[in-house]
Design a protein around this ligand. Structure first.
Ligand SMILES: [Zn+2]
Length: 163
């Protein structure tokens, strides 16, 4: 994602949420996670409600964003700042967030990249990407071990590739 696209996706929370869903970072709910009923709807902006069992759940449920109290727009900007190697301290300043919050976001992004990476199937053409992500030859051992399962997908792939 370049800065122009970032501006579009961060124009409001709805656009940011839509983007995170398209990338599979937020889950798209088509049925109730409790009773599997299909009569669900959005209520109060950030929740879903099931009209079969009357239970509600947040849009962040079952995603890495569960428990993170940061707007989706700021989360997307945080990903971009991570991508361009901004320090936690500087990112916190730019986002108007606490240092610890940004530190947690960076940890989440790293975990997500690694998780996506190790789940994916073999794709030798992208080994180079792994090596650059892990800092090139001086850490070739790490990249070497990871060869053969180096494919990411979605935005984490983008993040990994750009580093
Ligand atoms: Zn239900």
């Amino acid at each position: 994602m370049n800065l122009v696209e970032l501006m579009r996706y961060t124009s409001d929370e709805e656009s940011a949420e839509k983007y995170l869903k398209e990338q599979g970072i937020l889950k798209s709910f088509h049925e109730c996670p409790y009773c599997h009923g299909l009569r669900i709807n959005r209520v109060r902006r950030v929740k879903y409600k099931c009209y079969t069992c009357n239970r509600e759940w947040g849009v962040r449920r079952d995603s890495i964003l569960e428990g993170l109290r940061v707007p989706f727009t700021k989360f997307l900007i945080a990903i971009k700042l991570f991508e361009i190697d901004t320090s936690v301290r500087e990112a916190a300043k730019q986002l108007g967030l606490a240092y610890n919050t940004v530190y947690n976001i960076h940890t989440l992004i790293r975990k997500a990249i690694l998780a996506t990476d190790s789940d994916a199937s073999s794709f030798s053409g992208e080994i180079e990407m792994d090596e650059s992500y892990f800092g090139g030859e001086e850490r070739g051992g790490v990249a070497g071990v990871r060869q053969g399962k180096s494919r990411c997908s979605g935005s984490w792939n983008e993040v990994a590739r750009s580093r």
